[in-house]
Structure formats: C-alpha cells, structure tokens
Design a protein. Structure first.
Length: 552
C-alpha cells in the first residue's frame, strides 16, 4: 500500500511535467485558431444593429481601420503560433501584445464583445505560461513548410469566404477608398490585398532562406587548429573527420573541446559530414547538441555518410535512415599480393617499377615545400578529366589542407608524377585526394593504392579505406523502398555522367570488405532532397553536379 501511495505522487509529477512540456504546443494551436477566427471575422459583415450603435460614437474610417487592424492581428497570430510551438520568448511576448490589440479592435470594428473576451481570456491564460517559453528568438527564422501551408490555407479560405459573403456587391475601383458602404466590402478588399501580399512575402522568404547559414559559415583558422588537436588525440574518429580541415565547413565542439562535428547549412538542412570525432563518451551528447542547434534555427539535422556502428544512437533520436552507398575497406592484415586472384595487382606493381616508378610516404608538413610541383600535377589532372574541384564530402587541392596529412607520392626518378593525401585516425587510414600527370606510368593508380595499403599494414593500421561508391548496394526489388529503387536505377544507368558502377568495379579488384554508409534525418525531411543537398555541396552547385562547371 505504501509503495502504491509513493507511486501515485511520482506518476502525478511525471504527468504534470508532461503537461508543462506540452504548454507551448497547446497555446500554439489556440493562437493559430484564434488568428484564423480573427481573419474570418474581419472579412465578414458585422451585425447591423451593433454597427448602427457603433457608428453613433465612432467614425466610419476608424471602424474600417479597426477591421483592417484586426485582420492584420489575426495574420500575425498565425505567424506567431509557429514561434509559440517552438518555445520562442519573442513569440510569447509578441502574441500577448497582438492578443491585447485584437481584443481592443474587435470591439471597435463592430462591438464584437464575444471575440474580444475570448482573446482576452487566451492572453490571460498565456500570461501564466511564461516560463515554458525559454528559447531565444530569431528574427530571421522562416516558417517551416507545414506552417506555411497552413497559413496559405487560412488566408485562401478567408479570401474565398469574403468574396462569397460580398458576392452581391458590384465591384468597382471606388470600393478601394470608400468606407462602410456596400456592406463593408471595401474593407475586405483592402485587407485581402494586403494579407495576400504579406503571405507571398512570407512564403518567398521562407522558401528561399537558409536559416543559420550566415552565422554558421566556414570555420576560422583557430577553430580548425582546435579540431586538428582534438582529432590527433581522439579515441574515436573516422578518417572522414579530416575533411573538417578543408575550411569549408562549420564546426561544433563539445563543452570539453575534445570532440567536434563538421557540418554545412544548405536551405533548411544542416548536414553533418560523417560522425563526431573525439571522446566516445561525448558522442551521443554531441549528436543531440547538433540536432538541437539546427532545430533552434528552424532547420533539420542531417547526418551524411555514417556507419552502422552509430545507427542505434541515431535511431534513439528518432531519425530515419537510408543506405546511400558502400565504402571499400581493406583489412590490411589479410592483404597480400600472392595467389592467382592477385595476378593483376602484381602485374601493376611490376610494370610501374619497370617503368621507373618508386613510392614514398612523406610526413605531415611536407606538402608546402612541394606546392609548385603538386599544383602542376593537380592542374594537369583537372585538365585531363575536364572537371572542377569538389568539396564537403571530398578533398580538394588546398595546400594548407594537404600539409596537415601524410602524403603518398609516386616518382619517376626525382620527379613526382602522382600523389595522394592520407587521412589517418586510430586504427584506420583512407585515401582522399589523388592526382597524377598524363605522363605517369600505366596503372599508376593501382600501384599507388597497393603501396598505400602495404604501408598501412607495416604501420600497424588495421584497415585502409579506398573511399565510397555512391548508391552501391541498393536493392532494386519490388518491395524495396522507392529511395532504394531509384538509387539502384541511377547506380546502374547513370554511368555515362557519374560512373558509379565503374567506380565500384574498379575498387572491387582489391577484394575489399564493403561497408554500408547511411544518411539519417528526421522523418519529416525528405531523404532524397537531403541527398541532393549533399550532392550540390560536394559539386559546388547545379553546374558542378551536371558537369558543366570547369576549372576551380
């Protein structure tokens, strides 16, 4: 019995806590409904007997002005309801002010006491929930698509209802500047025009804005240095974490500074490149911190190119996940050139070395002294492939970036003919940027990869990553998700433009293990659009993605 009595207060506390958490959402719905009713009330005729009483003490211009102000107040309440839903302090105070204004002008526009009392009651109740609205406001925050559709639906309904209510009125140019004639149709026209323009303005701004992009741009040199220090001391990191040093991403650090996450903002999507790097104990909290940061700007957190070891944590956060490709990972301990199946690899090594090729690993910091030579190779490679530099999920030629990592080089005599930078983290290594000259020995890529894997094996590095084959491994089955079926189609048929299938076939010759890579995002975020954003960030825009942008 005592245990039951102790349980009831505990349950009650939890229910009260849940009710408190839902306070903003409840008031957001109430404010939205109040705003919609104000719009409807403002564009429909008032009761004639009340209007006659009012015109005895108030001028027609003021009555018509009150209709207009009440309609604007209703519109503002609908906008502010989105902020209330998101616990914005600014939206809370603004909603109180708009409710008060609406209560006053509801009386002045037609002695609508009922509406005025309802608005005053909502304001009084809202005033009691001040502590529930504890998030900082952002004037630049756009409406989310769902709220925008609701706003358009309400304003559209208001216009339809107004034209229906005044369907017998003979419309003319004079209606725009006449007051309290033609059953108040003139006031409806003016309010309808202004509200339509405001809706278009809000819609355009919301659809074209990128919340947080300006304030969360590329990291500073000091931040990049902090990330480098954290990465070199990290107990958990993937080689992709080195892409944070490119300087094209923003960085989010844990409170201790031992962990970080790299990301870019595009439109409403905040796209994290890979997984957090640093202390394993801080990983989950950093994932939440990034999600909450994106949410605070009205954006959605997207995690691109994450492995299966982090999926459970992302699922705990309520994110949806889809496979976006496979990365070729070689277990260095098992890698060898002996055996019939490795004949092609042995041939590549022997041929390259017969033609005078030699391989070397230069330590981090060596690239800067070789900049002219490396840049000449990179420019020749770019010209040969008629392409443009990538970014975000791939490295680019940037001497500051290359100088941070070991550099694998292939020489003919004393002249470098090919190079690649290596991304090394505890137990893992990966090749990132790889460039060679047209005069390099035949099969120089094979030779470079083979020697890199052998170097990693000699260094005691457990795995060597040859990079991801995008869209590889997606199933084109009748019961598979549409996302997977479309991805499989692009993988199989898009070779002319992107060469996805050829890329996987090339890497398969090294007999790697194929590890799935995923994209994760809130269920409300269309994953194909999120993946499109990744492609645009990587390619530098539409021209780059379509292969129409040349040079740097």
């Amino acid at each position: 019995m005592n245990r039951r009595n102790a349980y009831v207060p505990g349950l009650l506390r939890r229910l009260l806590g849940l009710a408190y958490e839902l306070t903003p959402q409840v008031f957001a719905v109430v404010a939205f409904c109040a705003g919609a009713l104000m719009l409807i009330s403002a564009v429909t005729p008032e009761f004639d007997d009340r209007l006659r009483q009012l015109t005895g003490v108030v001028s027609p211009i003021l009555i018509d002005l009150s209709h207009f102000v009440a309609s604007i107040a209703g519109f503002m309440l609908i906008l502010l309801s989105a902020g209330l839903w998101r616990r914005r302090r600014g939206a809370y105070w603004a909603a109180l002010a708009v409710l008060a204004v609406g209560a006053v002008f509801s009386v002045l526009k037609g002695l609508d006491w009922e509406e005025s009392v309802d608005l005053a009651l909502v304001a009084a109740l809202l005033a009691q929930g001040r502590t529930a609205f504890n998030r900082r406001s952002r004037l630049s925050e756009p409406l989310r698509p769902g709220w925008l559709l609701l706003l358009i639906a309400v304003v559209g309904s208001m216009l339809w209802l107004g034209f229906f209510a005044y369907r017998d009125v003979a419309y003319s140019d004079e209606l725009w500047w006449r007051f309290l004639v033609d059953r108040q149709a003139s006031g409806f026209l003016r309010a309808g025009l202004v509200l339509s323009l405001l809706t278009l303005l809000v819609a355009g701004r919301s659809l074209l804005s990128s919340p947080g992009a300006d304030s969360h741009g590329p990291a500073s040199k000091d931040q990049i240095e902090r990330a480098r220090i954290a990465l070199e001391a990290a107990e958990e990191a993937t080689p992709e974490a080195w892409l944070a040093m490119l300087g094209d991403k923003a960085l989010l650090f844990s409170p201790s500074g031992r962990s970080f996450l790299a990301y870019r903002v595009r439109g409403r999507r905040w796209i994290a490149m890979g997984e957090p790097a640093g202390a394993l104990a801080e990983r989950q909290e950093l994932l939440w911190a990034f999600t909450e940061l994106a949410d605070s700007y009205g954006g959605a957190a997207v995690f691109y190119s994450v492995g299966d070891d982090i999926l459970s944590e992302l699922a705990t956060m309520g994110l949806a996940m889809r496979k976006v490709g496979e990365t070729a990972v070689i277990r260095t301990e098992a890698f060898a050139l002996e055996g019939k199946s490795k004949q092609n690899l042995r041939t590549a090594v022997n041929r390259a070395e017969r033609e005078g090729a030699s391989f070397d690993i230069l330590p981090a910091g060596a690239a800067r002294a070789l900049e002219p030579e490396l840049k000449a190779i990179s420019d020749a490679w770019m010209g040969l492939h008629n392409g443009a530099e990538k970014s975000f999920s791939l490295g680019r030629f940037d001497i500051d970036y290359l100088n941070l990592t070991p550099l694998a080089v292939v020489r003919e005599g004393e002249r470098i003919v090919a190079f690649a930078n290596l991304l090394v983290t505890p137990g893992e290594a990966a090749v990132d940027l790889m460039r060679y000259t047209p005069e390099a020995p035949h099969g120089v890529m094979d030779y470079l990869f083979i020697r890199c894997v052998q170097w990693a094996k000699a260094e005691g590095i457990a795995t060597f990553d040859l990079g991801m084959a995008p869209l590889a491994g997606l199933e084109d089955r009748r019961v598979a998700p549409v996302f997977a079926r479309v991805g499989a189609l692009v993988f199989e048929e898009g070779g002319a433009l992107y060469g996805f299938q050829g890329l996987r076939s090339y890497k398969a010759k090294f007999a790697p293990d194929w590890k799935a890579r995923f994209i994760a995002a809130p269920v409300s975020t269309p994953l194909p659009l999120a993946l499109l954003d990744v492609a645009l960030l990587t390619s530098g825009g539409w021209l780059g993605m379509l292969g129409l942008r040349k040079g740097r």
